[in-house]
Design a protein around this ligand. Structure first.
Ligand SMILES: CC(C)(COP(=O)(O)OP(=O)(O)OC[C@H]1O[C@@H](n2cnc3c(N)ncnc32)[C@H](O)[C@@H]1OP(=O)(O)O)[C@@H](O)C(=O)NCCC(=O)NCCS
Length: 290
């Protein structure tokens, strides 16, 4: 049965490449499963779940036990395809995801994928954890899937620091002794938690100076969830905090590679680039409108 775009939320938007086309000059049928799998990865990201870490925390993993595809039309080289998904059923240990692969309004492939939550070692099925069940129901109903908390270091240290160490020390090679400093104690911190209670984004806002300037920093988003608006969400919330307490201007030492991220929020570069913790940085400023 062909499907309508209105039934789905879209998780992938991709262009068909030469290598995906077969001798009939149409996309080889097996590639559609790969397109769906790519979209499923984005589905987990949209739920705020870094897949591996989340499954580890839940003590299980999801295994595909059945994939059914119906082909209604062909896709060609250079076509742009949209992959839509929705969770249609959660049984005791199974999760059913329906999919639709569209070129414009035309449904080329409809799909049903059945996953079973199971012990990764014994492969024995297990009950889908309540937190995942609730999360998927909420997500499909358009409810928020993350929780934002602002607070002092004493309250948020454990969560914020774990992510900061992972991002700045392990991933970027910042020396451990430089990662934490005396400003943590006096800063306002923000933590974004996913539905499993894992911290997936954090940042801090230092106290304002006499001149009305405050400094924002230690902005980190869980690696697997980047590019999904979490950084923007955290930045916006801290800027609102700064505005609400009357700060005139917010300053950051931005890593050069993420300058466009801050520029999108209105920050402007000041002066020359410089090295900090072995990474090229640039100072950027944002005037807050009152
Ligand atoms: C920098 C960081 C916090 C951005 O968070 P994110 O969740 O990936 O960013 P978002 O998805 O909210 O992006 C918001 C916008 O900025 C853009 N953006 C984000 N990172 C970018 C980058 N490195 N280069 C160019 N644009 C970028 C996004 O494309 C998006 O643009 P849009 O408005 O056109 O959609 C994240 O990549 C991160 O944690 N990096 C590692 C730690 C780090 O470098 N921190 C910064 C220290 S100064």
């Amino acid at each position: 049965m062909t499907r309508s775009r209105d039934e789905f939320r879209f998780f992938s938007h991709l262009r068909v490449r030469w290598v995906e086309v077969d001798m009939q000059k149409i996309v080889f049928n097996g590639h559609y499963l790969m397109y769906l799998d790519t979209a499923i990865s984005d589905y987990w990201r949209a739920l705020g779940l870094p897949y591996e870490k989340s499954m580890h925390a839940l003590g299980g993993d999801l295994f595909v036990v059945k994939s059914s595809l119906e082909y209604h039309g062909s896709a060609f080289y250079d076509d742009i395809l949209d992959i839509g998904l929705k969770c249609t059923k959660i049984g005791n240990s199974s999760i059913v995801i329906s999919g639709g692969i569209f070129r414009g309004n035309t449904c080329l492939v409809s799909a049903e994928l059945i996953y079973v939550f199971a012990n990764p070692h014994t492969k024995k099925s297990m009950t889908v954890p309540d937190a995942v069940r609730q999360l998927m129901v909420d997500f499909e109903n358009g409810l928020p899937v993350t929780q934002m908390v602002l607070g002092p270091w004493a309250e948020l240290k454990e969560e914020a620091l774990a992510l900061r160490l992972e991002v700045f020390v392990q991933e970027q090679g910042v020396p451990l002794e430089m990662e934490q400093d005396e400003h943590d104690e006096t800063s306002r911190h923000i933590v974004l938690r996913n539905a499993l209670g894992l911290c997936i984004a954090t940042a801090r806002l230092l106290p304002v100076s006499h001149e009305g300037v405050s400094k924002l920093g230690r902005m980190a988003v869980e690696r697997q969830l980047r590019g999904h608006d979490l950084g923007r969400t955290v930045l916006k919330a801290l800027l609102e905090e700064a505005r609400a307490r009357g700060d005139q201007e917010v300053l950051i030492h931005a890593q050069k590679s993420v300058q466009p991220f801050y520029a999108k929020a209105g920050f402007e570069p000041q002066g020359e680039a410089f090295m900090e913790a072995g990474i090229e940085h640039i100072e950027m400023k944002l005037k807050l409108k009152t």
